[in-house]
Design a protein around this ligand. Structure first.
Ligand code: PLP
Length: 396
């Protein structure tokens, strides 16, 4: 008889989003006319930029012509997109196009990268965390090798290098869910830790486009020595509205190595091998759409979208503070980490906001035990909805 992977039984049973959906469905049943303000799930709230849709449509047209037939593309991504990324994002950091691997999402890349590493590796994962790092580690049978790195008010809601040894560490900055980002000094401390411990940093930089603070680095490779110890993940999802299109990339410098006995093996070579075997690449029109993000018009349009989300973040943040609440993030990120008042738990505060304001948030505890006492607000919304949310919160 076929047997399941028993590690799936070890996953936390409560995945927050279905619970939130259920609570929302209950409310709608009781109050069918309630107008809901959804600041929960972090999905985009604006249509695709015209520069992107135009590029995608013309790529599809092109594929309909006999003279420009396109079948399977390269599994690492088309050269035109790898070149555009290297030129526009990494020219000053000396990353070459062949160190950039195109994929269908940072979600799958941050999960799949684990395949390159043996099962004995100790993994550092933040608490609270973006759930993918934890769940995929558990699915892979690494549950007993996880060291949780608390992100609390005391640590500035970001992890600090621990005394304990880790071989791999997932870092997310700007952070989902806490909405704060590493300064250069804080990130340099992690690079120093990785060098000392012989660890590899798995750096999820999906929200780089939202960075506004001058002391927050835009890439881990800005930190000296990082090219020997770090892999960076980026995505077009939030920077250019690609959540429904799917396109992301991983930067894996050729200088990153890990041990096989006494031998040092290039992770770049292994990842290339993995992608060649397991992926047939991202659709050609989608990659043309991603390339269009780097055109003058594409930059103008996508930057305006990000700016507008950040405007909502600033509005909500200032509004909450002026109402006497404590909140963090929302400056270099589209997320606000809001402290529940009067010692309420995350779920109690979530329920209060849902019942009294018809507002959806995400309970911090869903991202890990240290998220208890907080909720996350997503600022992927319109100015009108952000204002409406504040109006309702003001009446609490
Ligand atoms: N990484 C982080 C930290 C995210 O918050 C998200 C999406 O919410 C992703 C990765 C997913 O990116 P993608 O849409 O490229 O899979």
């Amino acid at each position: 008889m076929a047997k399941i992977n028993p590690n799936y039984q070890k996953l936390r049973t409560e995945y927050i989003f279905p619970v939130i959906e259920q609570k929302l469905a209950d409310l709608k049943k009781r109050l069918p006319k309630a107008s809901i303000v959804n600041l929960g799930i972090g999905d985009i709230a604006q249509p695709l930029a015209p520069a992107i849709t135009t590029a995608i449509c013309s790529a599809v047209q092109e594929m309909g012509e006999e003279s420009s037939l396109r079948g399977y593309g390269p599994s690492e991504g088309y050269d035109f997109l790898r070149l555009a990324i290297a030129k526009n994002e990494f020219a000053h950091l000396g990353i070459s196009p062949d160190e950039i691997f195109i994929s269908d999402g940072a979600n799958s890349d941050t999960a799949n990268i684990q395949e390159l590493f043996g099962m004995s590796n100790a993994i550092g994962i933040t608490d609270p965390t973006y759930p993918v790092y934890l769940d995929t580690s558990v699915m892979a049978g690494r549950g007993s090798k996880i060291l949780f790195l608390p992100c609390t008010e005391k640590t500035g809601f970001l992890p600090v290098p621990p005394k304990e040894h880790c071989d791999l560490v997932y870092l997310c900055s700007p952070s989902n869910p806490t909405g704060v980002a590493f300064t250069r000094k804080e990130l340099a401390a992690w690079v120093a830790y990785a060098k000392k411990e012989g660890a590899i940093l798995l750096y999820d930089n999906a929200y780089v486009a939202f960075i506004t603070s001058p002391d927050v680095p835009h890439s881990i490779f800005e930190i000296e020595g990082a090219k020997a110890v770090a892999i960076e993940f980026r995505s077009f999802s939030k920077s250019a509205g690609f959540t429904g299109l799917r396109c992301a990339y991983t930067i894996l410098p050729k200088t990153v190595h890990a041990h096989l006995g006494r031998k040092m093996i290039s992770l770049h070579t292994l990842w290339k091998r993995r992608q060649n075997t397991k992926s047939n690449g991202v659709a050609y029109p989608i990659q043309r759409g991603a390339e269009a993000v780097f055109t003058k018009q594409g930059q103008k349009e996508t930057k305006a979208q990000v700016k507008s989300y950040l405007t909502q973040a600033a509005l909500l943040r200032k509004g909450l503070i002026s109402l006497g609440y404590k909140c963090f993030g929302g400056v270099d990120s589209p997320y606000i980490w809001w402290k529940a008042p009067k010692g309420l738990s995350s779920w109690e505060f979530f329920d209060l906001l849902l019942e009294k304001c018809h507002l959806i948030s995400v309970p911090g505890k869903g991202f890990g035990p240290s998220g208890e006492g907080y909720v996350r607000l997503s600022c992927f919304t319109s100015p009108a909805i952000a204002k409406e949310a504040l109006k309702r919160i003001g009446k609490l």
